[in-house]
Ligand binder design. Structure first.
Ligand code: NAD
Length: 248
């Protein structure tokens, strides 16, 4: 028996990076996969790769910072498949490094809008669907920046700390409704998000990691599958840290 057989799995930011690797892993575990991402992303390539696994798959456009877009994407998913079993709230953005006193207000506002408020919008409407159908599982994408400060990324760090707050609040308030919520906290992972960082910085991140390498999206996808499936049936309100030993 595959671990997500016939489960409807909704993944924001599912067109690339960690979201894409998780979508493919879910497809290989028997899931029906919904890729929810910005319209302009290269989702067709991801959808084709998922279809090749034999899984059912759907793309729904979403901008997680726009509440109406979030409501619509979740509504379309539930209408099309009759339910929503697992939601991976993974969409996120990074920004270039600045000191706190030099961080532009518009950077702060955009970071919070996508990385924190976007998570709130998603979980709010996912929970409404879960309550209607009698349960569900949420996995939220946090970061090592949810557990410690990352120099030069005040807005990202603040938003990602908030993601753990949302996750724990769900765990506390909805445990009796057959709903679980957990989070994933990766350190640097080889995706588009960090591919444009200067070579010197990437070298510094690698050297700071006891394992002397960055993670890859497939390693994060394995943690997602664990939290999404019944393998983690007694986990609620926790975070899994994948950091090559940095927090040690
Ligand atoms: N790569 C890393 O080092 C790292 C480390 C820790 C946490 N994370 C987190 O992992 C998540 C995935 O990032 P990734 O590394 O795979 O990067 P990525 O850039 O490959 O993927 C991010 C995805 O989110 C989508 N997205 C961005 N803004 C959106 C919006 N407003 N609405 C809907 N979708 C939107 C993008 O289109 C893209 O598909 C992010 O939340 C990120 O903060 C990444």
């Amino acid at each position: 028996m595959k671990r997500l057989e016939n489960k409807v799995v909704f993944i924001t930011g599912g067109s690339s990076g960690i979201g894409k690797a998780s979508a493919l892993a879910a497809a290989n575990e028997g899931a029906i996969v919904v890729i929810a991402d910005l319209e302009e992303t290269n989702h067709a390539k991801t959808i084709n790769e998922i279809i090749k696994t034999g899984a059912k798959c759907l793309f729904v456009p979403i901008d997680v910072s726009d509440v109406n877009s979030v409501k619509k994407a979740i509504f379309i998913t539930a209408e099309k498949f009759g339910r929503l079993d697992v939601a991976f709230n993974n969409a996120g953005i990074a920004y270039s490094y600045t000191s706190i006193h030099e961080t532009p207000e518009d950077v702060w506002n955009k970071q919070l809008a996508v990385n924190l408020t976007g998570q709130f919008y998603c979980v709010k409407y996912e929970l409404q669907q879960f309550l209607k159908q009698g349960g569900g599982v949420i996995v939220n994408m946090a970061s090592l920046g949810s557990l410690k400060a990352i120099e030069g990324l005040v807005a990202y760090t603040a938003a990602k700390h908030g993601v753990l707050g949302i996750t724990k609040s769900i765990a506390l308030e909805y445990a009796s409704k057959n709903i679980r919520a957990n989070a994933i906290c990766p350190y640097y992972i080889e995706t588009n998000m960090i591919s444009t960082a200067p070579g010197e910085l990437r070298k510094e991140w690698t050297e700071r990691t006891p394992m002397k390498r960055m993670g890859n999206p497939e390693e994060i996808a394995k943690a997602f599958i664990y939290l999404a499936s019944d393998d983690s049936s007694y986990c609620n309100g926790i975070e899994i840290t994948l950091d090559g030993g940095v927090m040690a």
